[in-house]
Design a protein around this ligand. Structure first.
Ligand code: SF4
Length: 366
């Protein structure tokens, strides 16, 4: 089965067969800045034109990289905002490379992402580039990203990335604006030859609003379509913030009886632009700050991280008594964004524990 929920897919994509998520995170994402010249409708970071005054300075970023070198995550992702807004980005990338870190970058598609910038990223040993694709045509994508011309520049950047031999990941946020384009998006993604299609299910945090989420019945259909796409896709398909897909994969009898996967705070850590250590970029619950705390210690010991790794801690009336909670567990970020409780129910999920069918449609109450 090639569709696997969340960052867990990276375990197979990157050749890891085993990882103790209790011991240390497999993936660390650093929000290098909140500055960005785009104004995307769904932006988790509520990115703004200028950096925030409390963002990590260069020497503090060096400290974070030293922590990463000791922690040894499987991959280290530099995101934003737009990482290219940091004047020290290439210096930090080179330092990370020299420390042996495997660094992926998720830049915004702005005029800063030109061919020379991509060449410099390639020279720093960047392990891959992730670009967003939130519509199958220019009108849909550019409206979502708040600026015209972004779709065309994205296609140009894809061509440059291929010319440089860098692995390309395309990231799509599934929401009401592009739900009807799923098949067309899949076709477009195929034509752009990524190594991975990363499909995010919208979490209403930052600038994203709850009305933009797709209803649970539609999510079930998207899960089925992704599963069908994965049967012959020449690239990996990975979902994020949709662990309920694992219920379908495991209940179908064709997927392995999975272990706990990587999810918010479970094999995954997010370091915000101001150094806050959070379980996810979509779950803004700071458990420490890299200016004073050790990321690994926070990950291992902080109660919120420990609870997020414990299926027995779930307390929603559905996720809390669901037989799939060890393989799924629901999106903790969406539970927090919608219910205010990070251990509550994931409102994207249509499943009623104990009832041998999914809800017929509409948003599940929780
Ligand atoms: S009820 Fe919660 S744990 Fe069960 S399948 Fe749905 S999201 Fe997953």
């Amino acid at each position: 089965m090639s569709v696997r929920e969340g960052r867990a897919t990276q375990r197979s994509n990157f050749g890891f067969t085993d990882w103790d998520v209790e011991d240390r995170p497999q993936v660390v994402v650093w929000e290098a800045t909140r500055a960005c010249s785009l104004a995307c409708r769904h932006c988790r970071a509520s990115a703004q034109r200028r950096p925030r005054p409390d963002e990590l300075r260069t020497e503090e970023a060096h400290g974070l990289l030293r922590q990463m070198a000791a922690l040894r995550p499987q991959i280290f992702v530099v995101t934003g905002g737009d990482p290219l807004e940091r004047p020290d980005l290439f210096e930090l990338m080179a330092m990370a490379r020299d420390m042996g870190l495997r660094v992926f970058v998720a830049p915004s598609v702005t005029p800063l992402l030109d061919a020379p910038a991509l060449e410099r990223l390639a020279e720093t040993g960047c392990a891959g580039i992730q670009l967003s694709l939130d519509g199958a045509d220019a009108v849909t994508h550019d409206r979502f990203r708040g600026q015209s011309g972004v779709f065309a520049r994205t296609l140009e950047a894809c061509a440059t990335i291929h010319r440089l031999g860098l692995p390309l990941t395309l990231a799509t946020t599934v929401a009401r604006h592009d739900l009807h384009q799923l098949d067309a998006l899949h076709k477009l993604v195929r034509s752009l030859h990524p190594v991975r299609w990363s499909v995010f299910f919208l979490v209403p945090t930052g600038r994203a609003r709850a009305e933009e989420m797709i209803p649970p019945a539609a999510a079930e259909e998207v899960f089925a379509r992704l599963q069908a796409f994965s049967e012959n896709a020449p690239f990996a398909i990975k979902t994020t913030e949709a662990p309920a897909i694992r219920r379908l994969l495991t209940s179908g009898g064709t997927a392995p009886r999975a272990r706990a996967t990587i999810a918010d705070g479970r094999g995954f850590v997010f370091v915000a632009a101001n150094g806050d250590i959070c379980p996810s970029g979509f779950l803004p619950l700071p458990a420490g700050n890299v200016r004073r705390d050790d990321v690994l210690e926070v990950y291992r010991r902080h109660p919120i991280f420990r609870d997020l790794r414990d299926p027995g801690a779930l307390r929603g009336p559905r996720c809390g008594r669901c037989e799939y909670r060890t393989v799924c567990g629901g999106s903790r970020s969406r539970a927090y964004a919608v219910t205010g409780d990070p251990l509550g129910d994931d409102p994207l999920c249509a499943y009623l524990p104990g009832v041998p069918r999914v809800l017929a449609g509409g948003d599940a109450a929780c």
